[in-house]
Design a protein around this ligand. Structure first.
Ligand SMILES: [Zn+2]
Length: 373
């Protein structure tokens, strides 16, 4: 049996189309950080996985199936590749990679020669290639200050969200009012840029909401909602951050808020289930501590300001939070399915106070993180 196993391994090594060839040791100037960059041999030529490049350069990848292009953003500059061809576009020029980009099992492999281009042509100041090792010199780390805040009024257009049982109040209208008030508070009192994912009654897909936040390099993402439950007695405020571990109640709210995907087209729906989203997930987990902290601050402000029942901070797997690469929370102000809270939610004063509570928690969070720098 053992011999047979060795034989299989030897055969795989000899005839496998993808082989591990060597690796570069990666180090960072003025930092203890270390990494390595594997080189794969594919049909006799050397390639590097684009996701490995993204990692070692702290870059980001955007692949577009329609135009068959992939952008790798490193040091704030774009390297544009096309599937299955041998060119990389950088700035105004195109450079020959001498071999075609490979797409294998959803991963992109670029010819090893790309590293030479990085060191010699694209980033001579930041990348040094030296006999099997790569030294990366990041431009002096920028201060992490909270400058851009994206507020996300849930639902909109054909998706009304929760609808009140007595007055027929629509979640999409209430949360838009609240979001606009939060924006006004923030702009009046803090030196920040505040962007809304929608300004009027229109449908915005979940993916578009987080794309918007990522593209605008938001430092905080706050999605604003009103809750609903089959139990008409359910009431109170709760704030969520992302997790797959959760309680029964959290799962019910998650199912309701994720329901919106039924309004989305097939392409968007595919996006929530494909591998990309697992990667998105992993990137959001980097911010779980901050998200949890912002949730706590917001929950406290809400129950103090609104005198609502404290349902606590909860974790759930909301699609709208999964794609956000920044601290991200989802606020359920109160229950539209509860007749007393529906009445409160209608009141301008209640909306104003909800907005003030959300604003105050963002201010606290900003003060804390800005001071740490
Ligand atoms: Zn909602």
């Amino acid at each position: 049996m053992k011999i047979k196993r060795y034989l299989i391994i030897v055969l795989l090594l000899l005839f496998g189309s993808q082989l591990w060839a060597k690796e570069y040791a990666v180090s960072y100037l003025n930092s203890t950080r270390k990494d390595h960059l594997p080189v794969m041999e594919i049909e006799g030529r050397n390639f590097i996985n684009l996701y490995d490049l993204e990692r070692i350069f702290d870059g980001s990848i955007k692949a577009d199936q329609k135009s068959q292009t992939i952008d790798l953003l490193i040091f704030e500059k774009k390297c544009e590749f096309s599937f299955f061809n041998n060119w990389v576009h950088f700035g105004k020029h195109s450079y020959n990679l001498h071999n075609d980009i490979q797409v294998i099992n959803g991963s992109f492999y670029v010819p090893e020669y790309f590293l030479n281009l990085c060191a010699v042509k694209f980033f001579p100041e930041e990348v040094v290639l030296d006999d099997g090792s790569i030294i990366i010199n990041f431009p002096s780390m920028q201060q992490y200050l909270i400058k851009t805040i994206v507020l996300d009024p849930g639902h909109g257009g054909k998706d009304p969200g929760a609808v009140g049982r007595i007055l027929g109040l629509k979640e999409k209208d209430i949360v838009l009012n609240i979001a606009k008030k939060v924006k006004a508070y923030l702009e009046k009192n803090l030196d920040v840029k505040v962007l809304l994912t929608r300004h009027d009654d229109r449908f915005v897909s979940l993916g578009e909401r987080t794309d918007f936040a990522n593209e605008n390099k938001a430092d905080i993402f706050v999605s604003i909602h009103c809750n609903a439950a089959y139990n008409t007695k359910a009431n109170g405020s709760e704030v969520y951050f992302l997790s797959t571990a959760q309680t029964h109640e959290a799962r019910a709210v998650e199912a309701m808020e994720n329901e919106v995907i039924k309004f989305e087209d097939q392409e968007s729906i595919a996006r929530y289930t494909d591998l990309d989203f697992i990667l998105y997930d992993m990137r959001q987990t980097e911010y779980l501590n901050e998200s949890s902290e912002l949730s706590e601050m917001c929950q406290k402000q809400l129950v103090n300001t609104l005198s609502t029942k404290n349902n606590g901070v909860r974790q759930a797997n909301f699609y709208v939070l999964r794609g956000a690469f920044m601290p991200a929370i989802l606020v359920e102000v109160a229950y539209l399915s509860n007749k007393y809270e529906e009445k409160k939610l209608l009141s301008k004063n209640f909306q104003e106070r909800a907005a003030k509570a959300i604003y105050t928690s963002i201010k606290q969070f900003k003060n804390k993180y800005d001071k740490m720098n």
